[in-house]
Design a protein around this ligand. Structure first.
Ligand SMILES: [Zn+2]
Length: 274
């Protein structure tokens, strides 16, 4: 599932390839993804120029002239391709054609993604965005800000960090990684992460996200894969999906453990994370 670094890499690829282009026509092949697509989406988008690409948490924000914004969430398996999806690709649901001949395809075989339209002037009040917590890479996000959002919470810290109202953009992978580098047990009560622990965790969140974005950029030309797919999927982690393998931070043979929390796998080192 794409998390903040993958979505940010997609955003940068779009900015490099598509910004400034005008949409000449739109093909919408079905009426819904996770929820219904706006009925007038094709009509609203046609003829508009893309001013910039933004991001809020895991949402891509396509800012168009005329004050409209297309909100895109990739869900579990949504993918964007420039210059068209690979020939014969199934599940190509929405296609945008641009005035320079560029083609942007949204492909999603599980259809957990979504698209919606918003007014730029009232973007922060949109139902998908209004309750969202701070951007973890923003200056407003630090130890005290995180501590304030965790205070009094009885859920495990792992579950609290997956809640987009606490901090935006994190999913299972980067929550596991950040807790590892912060040395905090995923089972720890969220409300107990205060003071220096919160400073350590906020710093670890920023570090893992920044490193992942940097890795995506270094492995891709203009953040676009050779296939034309935007974004990347990182596959080297300290603990995520490494159950039973040695923990990279312990010089003994401590192995990464897997437990299930809220129906999702958590990976951690019991020696290093308390
Ligand atoms: Zn360890």
């Amino acid at each position: 599932m794409p998390e903040l670094p993958e979505v940010e890499t997609v955003r940068r690829g779009l900015a490099a390839r598509i910004a400034g282009r005008r949409i000449t026509h739109v093909t919408v092949r079905r009426s819904d993804l996770r929820r219904p697509l706006p009925q007038d989406m094709g009509q609203v988008l046609t003829g508009r120029a893309v001013q910039s690409f933004g991001r809020r948490g895991k949402y891509l924000l396509v800012h168009l002239d005329g004050g409209r914004v297309l909100i895109v969430h990739l869900g579990m398996s949504g993918r964007l391709f420039v210059d068209g999806a690979p020939s014969g690709a199934a599940h190509e649901h929405v296609v945008l054609h641009f005035d320079d001949g560029a083609v942007l395809s949204y492909v999603d075989h599980r259809r957990f993604g979504l698209m919606d339209l918003a007014e730029a002037a009232r973007l922060d009040d949109h139902v998908l965005l209004s309750a969202m917590g701070p951007e973890p890479l923003g200056t407003a996000f630090d130890g005290p800000a995180l501590a304030a959002r965790l205070r009094g919470k009885d859920t495990p810290i792992k579950a609290a960090l997956l809640d987009q109202r606490v901090v935006a953009g994190l999913g299972n992978i980067y929550v596991c990684e950040a807790l590892y580098y912060a040395g905090l047990s995923p089972r720890r009560r969220a409300g107990s992460v205060q003071g220096r622990r919160a400073v350590r965790l906020a710093g670890a969140i920023k570090d893992v996200l920044e490193a992942a974005i940097a890795a995506g950029g270094s492995s891709l030309r203009d953040y676009v894969q050779a296939s034309g797919e935007l974004g990347y999927f990182q596959h080297r982690f300290a603990v995520y999906d490494r159950a039973g393998q040695p923990c990279p931070g312990c010089d003994c043979d401590a192995a990464v453990r897997r437990i299930v929390q809220s129906n999702r796998s958590t990976f951690y080192c019991a020696k290093r994370q308390r």
